[in-house]
Write a protein that binds this ligand. Structure first.
Ligand SMILES: C[S@@+](CC[C@H](N)C(=O)[O-])C[C@H]1O[C@@H](n2cnc3c(N)ncnc32)[C@H](O)[C@@H]1O
Length: 230
């Protein structure tokens, strides 16, 4: 059975790993730059975890209106503490990415709705894409990057994943989390279908799903869509 939220000591371990390896966010930040992120925009990060991406983005784009949302109260607490330690005034909310509840005020307002390395944990993938598209303003973009099942890897992708796991630069608890993450991740076609389903509810002008590595060798799926302009 999938467990969606990351809590307790696993949340603490995740934060230790993420805050010590900010380069792992480089590729995702580059994707956001490609998607047009710019100072002054409203950006919502679903399944934000312990706030590493928010701290990185707010250093690079100091006047972003940035809201991070996570299902784990532990993650939200750690993210708030981490942002305060880093001297950043950032907003984090407790909420489920598969529901608009608690984010109604942001509906149709976000220039960019993003999610990194989390949608493979979800049980209702179409609902999560639906939330993303509902939060985006007309013409706004959504971008998810998350894991795929190993059967969707090509051979070089599989080798890259094994090499990555074998590097073990963090503690054993996180090692198991990462190994399992790909095994219970959705298939590429599940992502395609979920995004297409959500896009029928909220029309989009662009839609793309593709696989590549994450800058440090881990194969991931990327899902991009742009809400149709009003
Ligand atoms: C592997 S972490 C990634 C965190 C962050 N996006 C990053 O890249 O550092 C996955 C996060 O998704 C959160 N999560 C899982 N299911 C969720 C849901 N239904 N709604 C919101 N957050 C969720 C977990 O609690 C966890 O913090």
């Amino acid at each position: 059975m999938k467990i969606e939220a990351i809590t307790g000591s696993e949340a603490e371990a995740f934060h230790r790993m993420g805050s010590q390896a900010s380069h792992r966010y480089d590729e995702f930040v580059d994707l956001l730059v490609g998607a047009g992120i710019a100072d002054g925009q409203t950006v919502v990060d679903l399944c934000c975890g312990s706030g590493e991406l928010e701290v990185i983005l707010s250093s690079r784009f100091p006047s972003l209106n940035l809201v991070g949302v996570d299902l784990s109260e532990d993650m939200v607490r750690i993210a708030r503490e981490y942002a305060a330690e880093q001297g950043k005034a950032l907003e984090f909310r407790h909420g489920d990415a598969q529901l608009l509840a608690g984010m109604e005020d942001l509906a149709g307002k976000a220039d960019l709705v993003v999610s990194r390395n989390a949608f493979h944990r979800l049980t209702r993938l179409p609902a999560a894409f639906d939330t993303m598209l509902r939060l985006a303003k007309p013409g706004g973009a959504v971008l998810n990057c998350s894991f795929i099942h190993p059967s969707d890897f090509d051979e070089s992708g599989f080798r890259a994943w094994v090499t990555f796991l074998n590097q073990r630069p963090w503690d054993s608890e996180m090692q198991i989390v990462w190994a399992l993450a790909h095994h219970y991740a959705p298939r590429l076609d599940d992502y395609r279908e979920a995004l297409a389903q959500a896009a029928r509810e909220t029309p989009v002008s662009e839609q793309r799903v593709w696989i590549d590595d994450q800058g440090y060798g881990v194969p991931t799926v990327k899902c991009f869509a742009r809400r149709a302009a009003a």
